[in-house]
Write a protein that binds this ligand. Structure first.
Ligand code: PNW
Length: 450
C-alpha cells in the first residue's frame, strides 16, 4: 500500500501570486498589474504589488521548503520580469533573481519545476493583441528560448502553460480575469489555438536549448467522479470528463489536451463548435503535438456523475450540507483517483498532479499557532485516493500541493488562504500551519501514514 519509492512530493506557487516587487528592478507591467488597479475587479481592491514579497524574502521561503522536506518546487517565471516588453530587451536583474533562487533550491537538494506562463502576460504584448495576435506563439517561443538558455543548466523540468482553461476561459469567455474582456466564442477559440501553437513552439525551443529537459504542461479540470462503482456510472463519468460541451468548451480537458497529446482536436468538439472554429494551418497540429515527458494536471474538485436513464451522463447534485472549502468549492475526495485514471487511459503518459489543495479562512490563535484541521483532512483523503491510483497501475509520478504560502488568490485577493504557511500580509511574518507539519511527516513516510 504505497506510493512509488521515488514519488515526487512538492509544493506549487506562481510568480504574480507571491513575488510582489511589481515595479522593481526593471520588471515591466503585466496584464494583472493593470487589471488589479481597475476599481471593482478584485476583492477589496487587493493587488499583487507586494504579495508575499517573495522577491526579497525567497531565502526565508526556500528555508521553509527545506524544513518541509519537499523534493521538488513548482514555481513560475514572470515573463515581464525577464522581458519587460515581452520581447526584445532583456532585464538582467530579473534573470538573476531566478538564477539565485534556483541555486538556493539546488543547495537544499530541491528540484526546480519551472512553469513558463502562469497568467501574467506582459502588458506590452496585450497592447499588441495578446493571445489573439497571430504573432503570439512566436513571442512565447522567444521567451522560452531565453529561459532555456539562461536557466537550462540548472533547471531540467519545465511546464509551458498553467491552466489555459482559466486564462482563456475565465478571462475571455466570462470576462472575470485579466484583461477583463469578454470576446466572442470565435475569438476565444482563435486565442486558444494560438496558445496551443505557443505551447508546441516553446517545447521545441526548450528541447533546442536544454539538454535532457523533461517537459510537460499543467492544464486544469474539475474531474468527473462516478456516484457508484457500477460500470455504467464509471463510463458516464469517463465520457463526461472527456467531452467538449459547446457552452463550456474552454473548461474541457480534451479541447486543449487532445491536440497537445494526440495531435488533433476532439471530434465532438469540432462538431459542437463548428460555427466558430479557428483558422488551422496545415502544419499547426504537427507543431502543437510535441512529444511530452509528462502530463501535468491541476485537480481541485470533482463533479458527481451517473449514467442517466437515456444513456447519457448526468450530473448529480452535491449532497446537501456536504463539505465545501472557503471559496465554496464542493469537495469530492476521490477526484484524484478518477481524474488520473481517465487521463492515463487516454494519454498514456506519466502524470503529475501539478496542483491540489484547499482554501480556508485560517488565522493564528492566541499562542500564535495556526490550526487547520480541514486542510489536513482534505490533503489526507485526496492523497489516499491518489495512492489508490498508483496501486492500480496508473503511472503517477508526483504531487504538488497548492500552495506553500497564503498568497494573492486572483479575483479573491488575500481573502482566501491556500497556504501550508500562514502569511501576515502586514508584517510578512510566516507561520507554518498544522498542515505544514502534517505534510512534512507525509513526505518523510512516503504517504504510509495516510
Ligand atoms: C488554480 N476552479 O486556478 C491556479 O492555477 C492557481 O493560481 C490558483 O491560486 C489555484 O488554482 C486556486 O484557485 C483555479 O474553478 C481556478 O475549479 C479555478 C478553479 C480551479 C483552479
Amino acid at each position: 500500500m504505497s506510493f512509488p519509492k521515488d514519488f515526487v512530493w512538492g509544493v506549487a506557487t506562481s510568480a504574480y501570486q507571491i513575488e510582489g516587487a511589481s515595479g522593481q528592478d526593471g520588471r515591466g507591467p503585466s496584464i494583472w498589474d493593470v487589471y488589479t488597479k481597475e476599481p471593482g475587479q478584485i476583492f477589496e481592491g487587493h493587488t499583487g504589488d507586494v504579495a508575499c514579497d517573495h522577491y526579497h524574502l525567497w531565502p526565508v521561503d526556500v528555508a521553509l521548503m527545506a524544513k518541509l522536506g519537499i523534493k521538488a518546487y513548482r514555481f513560475s517565471v514572470s515573463w515581464p520580469r525577464v522581458l519587460p516588453n515581452g520581447i526584445g530587451q532583456l532585464n538582467e536583474s530579473g534573470l538573476q533573481f531566478y538564477e539565485e533562487m534556483v541555486d538556493g533550491l539546488l543547495e537544499q537538494g530541491i528540484t526546480p519545476y519551472l512553469t513558463l506562463y502562469h497568467w501574467d502576460l506582459p502588458q506590452a504584448l496585450q497592447e499588441r493583441g495578446g493571445w489573439l495576435s497571430p504573432e503570439a506563439s512566436e513571442w512565447f517561443a522567444e521567451y522560452a528560448a531565453i529561459i532555456g538558455k539562461r536557466l537550462g543548466g540548472r533547471v531540467k523540468h519545465y511546464m509551458t502553460f498553467n491552466e489555459p482553461q482559466v486564462f482563456i476561459g475565465n478571462a475571455f469567455c466570462q470576462g472575470m480575469h485579466a484583461p477583463g474582456w469578454r470576446t466572442s466564442r470565435a475569438q476565444a477559440l482563435q486565442m486558444a489555438h494560438h496558445v496551443l501553437l505557443a505551447h508546441g513552439k516553446a517545447v521545441q525551443a526548450l528541447r533546442a536549448t536544454v539538454p535532457g529537459a523533461q517537459i510537460g504542461w499543467a492544464p486544469t479540470s474539475n474531474a468527473r467522479v462516478p456516484v457508484t462503482d457500477n460500470i455504467a456510472d464509471v463510463e458516464a463519468a469517463r465520457r463526461a470528463y472527456l467531452s467538449v460541451p459547446g457552452d463550456d468548451w474552454a473548461w474541457s480537458v480534451t479541447w486543449w489536451s487532445d491536440p497537445v497529446m494526440l495531435g488533433h482536436y476532439p471530434e465532438d468538439g469540432l462538431h459542437e463548435l463548428e460555427r466558430d472554429l479557428p483558422q488551422i494551418g496545415t502544419a499547426d497540429m504537427k507543431t502543437i503535438c510535441q512529444p511530452l515527458d509528462f502530463y501535468g494536471q491541476n485537480i481541485y474538485r470533482g463533479i458527481p456523475t451517473r449514467m442517466g436513464t437515456g444513456g447519457q451522463p448526468e450530473k448529480v447534485a452535491y449532497p446537501q450540507g456536504g463539505p465545501r472549502t472557503a471559496i465554496g468549492w464542493h469537495v469530492n475526495f476521490d477526484c484524484l483517483y478518477w481524474g488520473t485514471k481517465f487521463l492515463y487511459e487516454r494519454y498514456k503518459t506519466p502524470i503529475y498532479i501539478t496542483e491540489n489543495g484547499m482554501s480556508a479562512h485560517d488565522w493564528p490563535d492566541r499562542e500564535g499557532k495556526v490550526h487547520d484541521p480541514q486542510r489536513i483532512d482534505y490533503l489526507c483523503r485526496h492523497l489516499a485516493h491518489l495512492r489508490r491510483a498508483c496501486e492500480d497501475g496508473i503511472d503517477v509520478r508526483g504531487y504538488f500541493e497548492w500552495s506553500l504560502l497564503d498568497n494573492f488568490e486572483w479575483k479573491r485577493g488575500y481573502n482566501d488562504r491556500f497556504g501550508l504557511v500562514y502569511v501576515d500580509f502586514v508584517t510578512q511574518q510566516r507561520i507554518p500551519k498544522d498542515s505544514f507539519a502534517w505534510y512534512a511527516r507525509t513526505i518523510k513516510e512516503n504517504g504510509e501514514n495516510l
